[in-house]
Design a protein around this ligand. Structure first.
Ligand code: ZN
Length: 284
């Protein structure tokens, strides 16, 4: 049944919008994640019409089923500073517009940190910001909140809090991404044993719902459970291990998700064929 699985990776598109699609295909992937513009700059560079067309056509040819964009790291919709909030809304809206132009299925972003703000206030800001972004960019592409590794007042470590934010935004275009490493680092799970996975699946289903979660970031964790330190590791080489991934992928509710690798790679150059194979092996 391996051909039905949706496996992707975050790849660099430094070779161009067409090349990255075929790179994904060559790696045996049928899903893909890229940055729409630089993740470390407020300034946004839109793809030309030609580049966007090239991307959409290559995607069709290569049989890439789902495409996700990852937003810039600077974005913080929960920020107590008005300037950062405004810049975040503008930047996220620009990335969402690029996602629309590329025909991507969603734009995944980190929810952010309210710093000294009470959580309820921070959540209100995120909801307001997300509503502004969605109203600025009408369309189909989904705006996707990612669970965080916690620490530093970061929002969204726990599914109940993410569900509260999703409710506060109140749009059908909002969805959620589950990052396997972040969940462990946040202490949402302390291991991926059979019991922990069952509890996690149930808790996520009750609060957010797996039907609202189209994508999983499949990363092992270099840092310990509950460390609140976000550091990805190659599949099987971290605190989750091969057995942890096997338990996760065995879950019927998770099987049809897009599993996207954001791992460092065995040569340090990002997701590679070996990681794809290691993840695929977990499904068999
Ligand atoms: Zn992630």
């Amino acid at each position: 049944m391996a051909e039905l699985l949706k496996i992707g990776a975050h790849l660099s598109r430094s070779g161009g919008f067409g090349e990255v699609v075929f790179k994904a295909k060559d790696m045996g992937l049928n899903c893909l994640q890229i940055f729409g513009s630089s993740p470390r700059q407020w300034q946004v560079k839109y793809p030309s019409e030609k580049e966007a067309k090239e991307f959409r056509e290559s995607r069709k040819k290569a049989g890439i089923r789902e495409v996700y964009l990852h937003a810039a790291y600077l974005v913080n919709l929960a920020s107590p500073e008005k300037e950062v909030f405004d810049k975040s809304v503008r930047n996220l809206a620009a990335h969402l517009k690029i996602a629309e132009e590329l025909g991507a299925d969603g734009l995944i972003f980190h929810i952010g940190s309210g710093k000294e703000l009470p959580k309820s206030e921070a959540i209100k800001r995120v909801a307001e910001g997300a509503r502004l972004v969605l109203s600025e960019v009408p369309g189909e592409t989904r705006l996707i909140l990612e669970n965080s590794a916690g620490g530093g007042q970061k929002l969204g470590s726990f599914p109940e809090e993410i569900a509260e934010i999703v409710r506060a935004i109140g749009s059908q275009r909002v969805a959620v991404c589950f990052d396997t490493a972040h969940a462990l680092e946040a202490g949402l799970v302390l291991d991926y044993s059979e019991n922990s996975v069952k509890n996690l699946i149930g808790r996520w289903e009750e609060s957010i719902g797996w039907n609202k979660t189209p994508v999983i970031h499949a990363n092992d964790s270099k840092t310990a459970p509950d460390s609140h330190r976000d550091q990805h590791e190659n599949i099987g080489a971290g605190f989750i291990g091969p057995s942890g991934f096997k338990k996760l992928v065995a879950e019927p509710l998770l099987r049809d998700k897009a599993w996207i690798l954001e791992v460092p790679g065995f040569d340090g150059n990002g997701p590679d064929r070996k990681n794809v194979e290691l993840l695929q092996q977990c499904f068999t």
